[in-house]
Design a protein around this ligand. Structure first.
Ligand code: HEC
Length: 133
């Protein structure tokens, strides 16, 4: 049986460890706020503001009226994206955006494109069951 003195020592030790570790987490490893691509993060807001996700998917998530746009940037490129925004399509409305908004949106789609492939048909299944993109 631990004496009262030992219990107190343990309680002090645990409290001190907790405080030190909390301090370490919050001050020694600060949340990294460096946004690597400011234009792309503005573009994400444009994507949300005009609700492109109502009809399009990113990595398969979103509405299903239009195609998945995850890899639109590498498949079709900058000019096609701008053309669709400006001219629409039979079941896609015309969007009246500023040049700046369009460039931000394309920067966002470029960033999303870089993050991976969305089409599972392009994945290679390895012998251990994992996939490679
Ligand atoms: C009301 C639904 C709807 C909304 C909202 C919408 N789209 Fe579309 N979009 C479509 C449809 C449907 C197509 C397919 C048109 C076709 O091929 O005839 C399409 C096609 C596209 C294409 C060409 C895809 C390809 O490779 O064939 C791009 C790029 C695109 N949309 C971008 C956008 C962006 C950016 C937004 C948001 C600003 C947006 N769309 C909002 C319905 C929509």
């Amino acid at each position: 049986m631990a004496t009262d003195g030992q219990k107190r020592m343990i309680a002090v030790f645990l409290t001190a460890s907790f405080l030190l570790y909390s301090f370490y987490l919050y001050y020694a490893m600060p949340f990294k706020r460096d946004i690597k691509n400011q234009e792309a993060s503005e573009g994400k807001l444009v994507w949300q503001r005009y609700n492109c996700n109502a009809c399009h998917q990113i990595f398969g998530l979103g509405g299903y009226l239009g195609p998945d746009l995850t890899n639109e940037y590498s498949l079709r490129g900058h000019d096609v994206i701008i053309a669709f925004i400006k001219s629409g399509a039979p079941s896609m409305p015309v969007f009246h955006m500023t040049e700046k908004e369009m460039n931000q949106l394309v920067a966002f789609l470029k960033d999303v494109d870089r993050s991976g492939r969305a089409d599972p048909r392009t994945f290679t299944i390895k012998s251990n069951g994992t996939i490679e993109q």
